[in-house]
Design a protein around this ligand. Structure first.
Ligand code: ZN
Ligand code: MN
Length: 490
């Protein structure tokens, strides 16, 4: 195996339309999380004989929103198909889905998502998106391979899924990660689903080394797991080829507890599903006016927003690309910079930097989104203005972040902590002298390496919890040191 072996990955991403509030073909509540098992069910979603499914109109609206956002071509007439297979999570013995053969069509064809990876841009081309019902949830004790039993919870049965199928154009686990990051963002902007909910997304991945048979890895239950599962599967396949063995086309299961893929079954052929039109549902026609109406209600999508942010606020491509990923985060940014009319391009960048650095770091460390905190756009405006007015230093401002995130404003923080910027020359001189006397090593180093000055400034700041005016401290230290160096030379 050479380094240049081409990895080919195609993803099938199933997203629950959680914001529908009902299931796809019945009015059962789709918010089953935390509910008693098998309580959110009715004759339709447990497939009792004689029950008839009816398509929820809002589903069509939601699917159009996503299709437009992904640049797909919407098929204005389609119908549902039965996909037959036997499995305990499927009470009817078939799943109502869509099929793009035998006269059938997907909900929409084509489409793309633009990604960025290490400054390299690429369009991930989509094959189609289609609608289908979610099977029930199987619950195992520990790992699926060793569990002594399987429990079935039909609360999930019949929940509406939209499946996004890519072409096999993804070349690495990192590209897959970036693709999913963008997809997540777009879904959030369309308002069709809350992907923060556990189990709202499931990914199947087709993975192969160019020229060899592929495997389909099922049951990847979060976007985070995808990169990990792909990495494992690619290494597994390469190792088999290295040992001169043959890869077979098969379906594998991602065991997220043991973090390996395990064989599930050799791949069934498409014929095995015996797809045929679902006669209990009428064909659906979507007219152009309805699509136009849905289009007019769509908000600006992240890609356009990022371009506008660059133009309007002078942000870099990197910053704007990342800033718009979470809609609430981008809304926070716009509300902040717009609320203070005297903000110019310098403040627009500062505001972005605070969000992208200190605030993002806090959010990551606390595993929260901006919406789950109490900081307001105004809090950050006040913080930036207080630094600009010279009342506090950047260091002090940084130390205020954890309090700002829980809703305390900067004025209160200054009063409570007494942390104000110190510009008193005599006081700074006193601190600087102490630091010089106590750090002969650094002074010696400074003679050869002027950058050692930073260490001395750091010591002064540490002594005062970052409250000294940094410019004045630098100036005074330099004054003191140039005298001292003269003395040494004499
Ligand atoms: Zn139901
Ligand atoms: Mn599917």
């Amino acid at each position: 195996m050479s380094q240049n072996d081409e990895v080919m990955i195609g993803l099938e991403v199933h997203i629950q339309l959680t914001n529908l509030k009902t299931k796809l073909f019945c009015s059962c509540n789709n918010d089953y999380r935390g509910a008693e098992p098998n309580t959110y069910v009715c004759p339709i979603c447990i497939g009792l004989p004689g029950s008839l499914p009816v398509v929820n109109k809002k589903v069509i609206k939601f699917a159009i929103r996503l299709a437009l956002a992904l640049d797909c071509k919407i098929n204005n007439q389609f119908w549902f198909f039965r996909k037959n297979y036997f499995y305990p999570d499927l009470p009817k013995g078939f799943q109502i889905s869509q099929y793009n053969k035998a006269g059938g069509k997907a909900f929409a064809d084509g489409g793309k998502i633009a990604i960025r990876l290490n400054n390299h841009k690429k369009d991930i081309i989509l094959n189609r998106i289609h609608l289908e019902e979610d099977p029930a949830r199987l619950v195992h004790k520990g790992s699926i391979a060793t569990s002594p039993f399987t429990l079935v919870d039909y609360n999930r049965s019949g929940v509406c899924l939209i499946e996004i199928v890519t072409e096999p154009v993804i070349r690495s686990p990192e590209e897959a990660r970036e693709f999913l990051k963008q997809l997540k963002s777009i879904v959030q902007y369309t308002g069709i689903s809350n992907l923060g909910l556990e189990g709202s997304v499931r990914v199947d991945a087709n993975v192969s080394i160019k020229g060899y048979d592929r495997s389909e890895v099922k049951n990847i239950n979060s976007f985070k797991e995808v990169e990990r599962a792909l990495r494992h599967e690619i290494i597994r396949q390469k190792n088999i080829l290295k040992r001169g063995k043959k890869l077979i086309q098969e379906t594998r299961h991602w065991d997220d507890k043991r973090r390996i893929t395990i064989p599930l079954r050799t791949k069934e052929l498409e014929e095995d599903y015996r797809y045929f039109p679902e006669q209990d549902l009428v064909p659906i026609e979507i007219n152009k006016d309805f699509i136009q109406k849905v289009k007019s209600e769509l908000p600006e999508m992240p890609n356009e927003r990022s371009i506008r942010f660059r133009k309007e606020y002078g942000l870099t491509e990197f910053d704007s690309y990342n800033l718009v990923l979470d809609k609430n985060f981008a809304d926070f940014y716009e509300e902040g910079v717009k609320s203070y009319p005297s903000f110019g391009s310098e403040e627009h960048k500062l505001y972005c930097n605070w969000l992208m650095n200190d605030i993002s770091r806090w959010l990551n460390n606390n595993n929260k989104t901006i919406k789950e905190t109490k900081i307001t756009p105004k809090h950050l405006v006040d913080l930036i203005n207080t630094i600009k007015d010279g009342k506090i230093t950047g260091k002090i401002a940084k130390s205020f972040i954890p309090d700002l995130m829980v809703g305390v404003n900067v004025k209160v923080l200054i009063e409570k902590t007494g942390k104000k910027r110190i510009s008193d020359k005599e006081y700074i001189l006193k601190i600087a002298k102490e630091v010089i006397i106590n750090n002969p090593e650094i002074i010696k180093d400074f003679e050869k390496n002027p950058r050692a000055l930073e260490a001395l400034i750091g010591k002064c700041m540490k002594k005062t919890k970052g409250r000294l005016d940094p410019e004045l401290t630098r100036e005074l230290l330099l004054d003191l040191l140039s005298n001292k160096i003269k003395k040494i030379e004499i």
